[in-house]
Ligand binder design. Structure first.
Ligand code: CA
Length: 225
């Protein structure tokens, strides 16, 4: 399902442009033009992230942010006027995840949105243990055991396994896995994931006689639960 982003910005041209770009990137987007409506929508629980301008009619953006934070930890990226240092500081103090100074490049906003969404997902999933067919991952402790026996994994092997376990039954293509395991700025070989899958199979499947990671030909990999 597409992630939904709320854009609160009274300059309609900017709001419209951001909305179009977000939709083009595969998000669902909705724009509103004043602080009160923005607050109401942000608290509706319908949105995964809020882009919030500081200078707004009705309630200003900082006040909207303060009121959002009383009830919700939805990621918020603030848009501030150029050199408005006070706005930035106040915004971060009030619980903004990030801010961007106008005028901004849309690519920069999209990058910040990706990071904020990813951080939020990471924060949410890092608090639990995942167990699938005897393979147990403690994400906080960065530990993996199979049938109670510890398995030593490198960071990237761990991240790959974590991504597949967290997305149980969802086929993950190589590009998604590369983003998760190596980061969005990775420019190396695209077969890197196949290499790490091979390492994981040696360390887990071969050693413990399980069949954990399934290859989906032409697509990627999946762990079925
Ligand atoms: Ca404005």
């Amino acid at each position: 399902m597409a992630q939904k982003i709320l854009v609160v910005e009274d300059e309609e041209k900017i709001a419209r442009f951001v909305e179009l770009e977000l939709v083009h990137e595969g998000y669902e987007a909705e724009k509103v033009f004043d602080g009160r409506t923005g607050l109401e929508k942000a608290l509706s629980g319908d949105f995964d992230l809020v882009v919030l301008d500081v200078m707004l009619p009705g309630l200003n953006g900082l006040e909207v942010l303060r009121r959002i934070r009383r009830e919700s930890d939805v990621p918020v990226i603030m848009l501030t006027a150029r050199d408005a240092v006070m706005d930035k500081v106040s915004g971060l103090d009030a619980g903004a995840d990030d801010y961007l100074t106008k005028p901004f490049a849309i690519e920069e906003l999209l990058a910040r949105i990706r990071v904020a969404l990813k951080n939020r997902v990471t924060a949410a999933v890092h608090t639990h243990r995942i167990e699938i067919r005897g393979v147990c991952m403690d994400v906080d402790r960065h530990e993996v055991t199979v049938n109670g026996e510890p398995v030593e994994l490198t960071n990237r092997e761990f991240e790959l396994l974590r991504t597949l376990m967290e997305n149980k039954d969802i086929v993950m293509d190589r590009e998604k896995l590369i983003n998760e395991v190596c980061g969005y700025d990775y420019l190396g070989e695209t077969n890197i994931i196949d290499v790490y899958v091979r390492y994981l199979r040696t360390k887990i499947d071969d050693r413990f006689g399980v069949k954990l990671i399934t290859t989906v030909r032409g697509v990627g990999y999946v762990i079925r639960g």
